[in-house]
Design a binder for this molecule. Structure first.
Ligand SMILES: Nc1nc2c(ncn2[C@@H]2O[C@H](COP(=O)(O)OP(=O)(O)O)[C@@H](O)[C@H]2O)c(=O)[nH]1
Ligand SMILES: [Mg+2]
Length: 455
C-alpha cells in the first residue's frame, strides 16, 4: 500500500471549544498548508523548522479568517512517517470547517477513519499491536484500561512478540541449515534442543494467554447481571455502582421491567451492568416479559450479582431462585442488601461468595469490590508484564501456541526435525500476524475502520 494522496481531517471533536486541531499527512502537506496558513514571521511554510509551532493567519477565500498555530513535520520524522502539518485554530465549528474546506480546495482529500494511524503502521512507524493500543487509549474508561493501552504495555508487548519472533525464526533457520548441510561445521539442533526451545516459547505464549483474561476484565469488562426478587434493592445497587440515577427506585415491587444497562469500575475491573426486573410470577404482561429478559440475561452473564433483602428470609420463589443459581457456570456473588437495617445472617454459608451491603448508604461496597477483584484479577494484575489486549491478539497467540504444541507432539512421536519445522513455520506466521508483519489488506481495513476520523 503506497499513499499518494494528502489527507486532512479535524482531529478534535466537532463542536465548540477553545481550540480545534486539523491534521494533514502526505507528500503535499507543506505545499497545501502554505496555501492556507501565513506565518507572521514572514517565512514561507516550506522553510519552517519541523516540530516547532509558528503563529500566523488562516486564509480562506483570499482573506484572513482566524489566527493560530501551525506545526510541520518532515518525513520520516512524524507520526505517520510522511510530511505532516498540524493546524490549531480557534474551536468554532464554522472556523474549523472553513479551514478544512480551504485545505480541500488546495488539494487535500478527507481522511478516512484511523487513516493517520494506518499510515503510521503501513509506513513502519508502529507495530499493529501498538496501533490497536492507541485506539484503546481513546476508548479507555478506567485507569487500568489506560495502563494496558498506554505506551508502557505497547512497548512491552511489541518487544515480547519481536523477541519470540526472532528466536523462532532463528531456530527454524538453524534447524533447516543443519538438515540441508549436515556435514558443514554448524551447531547441531538435536531433536531434544529443538523441543526444549519450542517448549520455552510455548511457556511464554501461555503466560501471555493466561494474562488475557485479566486484561480483558480490565479493558472490555465483565457482563454482569443484577438479579433477585422484587424490591430487594437491585436498582439501588445499580445506581450505587454506576454513581448516578441509572434506574428508577421505588418502594413499589415490579418497578424495573426493562433491562437497564450501565458501567462501573470496581478496583480495576470494569463491570458492564444490567439491572433486571425482579423475578416473580406475575400476570402483568409487560413485567412478565421483563422477568423473561432477566432470566435470559442471567444465563448469558459472566458474573451474577444475586441480591437479597437481608431483613427477610427467602420465600418459596426465592428458594427456587437460589437453587437455580447453583446450576450456573458463571460466578455468583450473593449481595445481602439493606445492611443498614441489620440482619442478613440467614444467608451466610449458602453461597461461595457473600457480601453484606447497604445500597442506601454505600456500606460494604469495598467488600463487593474485593470479591470482584479476587474473582477476575486473582488479587492483582502486573502492569509491568506484557498483556494481550484484544480478541484478535489473543486468537493469534492461541494459533501460535497450538502450532508449537503440534511441533512438540511431532518430535515426541519420533518425527524428524524438518517435520516439526512445518508446524514451527505455522507458528511463525501466527506471530507475524499478531504484530502485523504479515497481515492482509482486509484485516488492516477492519482494524483501522474502527478508529475515529482524525486519529
Ligand atoms: N434501608 C434500605 N432500603 C433500601 C436499600 N436498598 C434499597 N432500599 C429500598 O428498597 C426499595 C426497593 O428498592 P429498588 O432498588 O427499587 O429495588 P428493586 O426492585 O430490587 O430494584 C426502595 O424503597 C429502596 O429505597 C438499602 O440498602 N437499605
Ligand atoms: Mg428495580
Amino acid at each position: 500500500m503506497i499513499f499518494d494522496s494528502t489527507v486532512a481531517a479535524l482531529s478534535t471533536p466537532y463542536g465548540r471549544g477553545a481550540i480545534a486541531m486539523i491534521r494533514m499527512t502526505g507528500a503535499d502537506s507543506l505545499k497545501i498548508a502554505s496555501a492556507v496558513f501565513c506565518p507572521r514571521n514572514g517565512r514561507r511554510v516550506e522553510e519552517l523548522s519541523p516540530a516547532h509551532a509558528y503563529y500566523g493567519d488562516f486564509i480562506y477565500d483570499g482573506g484572513a479568517i482566524d489566527d493560530g498555530m501551525l506545526t510541520v513535520y518532515r518525513a520520516p520524522v512524524s507520526y505517520t512517517g510522511e510530511d505532516m502539518a498540524e493546524l490549531c485554530c480557534h474551536g468554532g465549528m464554522l472556523v474549523s470547517s472553513l479551514i478544512l474546506r480551504a485545505l480541500y480546495d488546495a488539494g487535500a482529500v478527507p481522511a478516512g477513519g484511523g487513516e493517520f494511524t494506518k499510515r503510521a503502521f503501513v509506513n513502519g512507524k508502529l507495530r499493529l499491536t501498538a496501533a490497536e493500543a492507541i485506539m484503546d487509549v481513546i476508548d479507555a474508561e478506567s485507569v487500568g484500561a489506560l495502563r494496558l493501552a498506554g505506551a508502557n504495555n505497547r512497548g512491552l508487548l511489541s518487544n515480547e512478540a519481536a523477541e519470540m519472533y526472532d528466536e523462532l525464526k532463528h531456530l527454524i533457520a538453524q534447524t533447516y541449515a543443519y538438515i540441508d548441510y549436515p556435514d558443514e561445521d554448524m551447531t547441531d539442533v538435536s531433536p531434544e534442543e529443538l523441543k526444549r526451545r519450542t517448549e520455552a516459547l510455548l511457556g511464554r505464549a501461555e503466560n501471555l494467554r493466561a494474562g488475557y483474561a485479566k486484561a480483558s476484565a480490565v479493558c472490555d469488562g465483565i457482563d454482569t447481571v443484577i438479579c433477585g426478587a422484587p424490591n430487594v434493592g437491585k436498582s439501588s445497587l445499580m445506581n450505587l455502582l454506576t454513581g448516578r440515577q441509572t434506574a428508577i427506585v421505588t418502594e413499589i415491587p415490579g418497578t424495573t421491567r426493562d433491562v437497564v444497562t450501565g458501567k462501573a469500575v470496581l478496583g480495576d475491573v470494569t463491570l458492564r451492568l444490567s439491572d433486571t426486573a425482579g423475578i416473580r410470577e406475575t400476570t402483568d404482561t409487560v413485567e412478565r416479559i421483563g422477568v423473561g429478559l432477566a432470566r435470559d440475561a442471567i444465563k448469558n452473564a459472566g458474573l451474577v450479582l444475586a441480591v437479597f433483602d437481608g431483613g427477610a428470609e427467602p420465600d418459596e420463589a426465592e428458594r427456587q431462585f437460589i437453587d437455580g443459581l447453583k446450576e450456573l457456570s458463571a460466578p455468583v456473588i450473593a449481595v445481602i442488601n439493606k445492611s443498614d437495617e441489620g440482619g442478613g445472617e440467614y444467608y451466610d454459608g449458602i453461597f461461595e461468595r457473600t457480601v453484606h451491603i447497604s445500597a442506601k448508604t454505600g456500606e460494604g461496597t469495598d467488600l463487593l469490590e474485593k470479591e470482584v477483584c479476587d474473582l477476575f484479577l486473582q488479587g492483582g494484575i502486573d502492569y509491568a508484564a506484557p498483556h494481550l489486549i484484544n480478541e484478535r491478539q489473543y486468537s493469534q497467540m492461541t494459533r501460535f501456541a497450538s502450532s508449537l504444541r503440534s511441533a512438540i507432539g511431532a518430535l515426541d512421536a519420533g518425527q524428524t526435525q524438518d517435520v516439526a519445522c512445518l508446524d514451527l513455520e505455522d507458528a511463525l506466521s501466527a506471530l507475524a500476524g499478531l504484530d502485523g508483519r504479515e497481515v492482509n489488506d482486509d484485516i488492516i481495513g477492519e482494524i483501522f475502520g474502527k478508529f475515529c476520523v482524525g486519529k
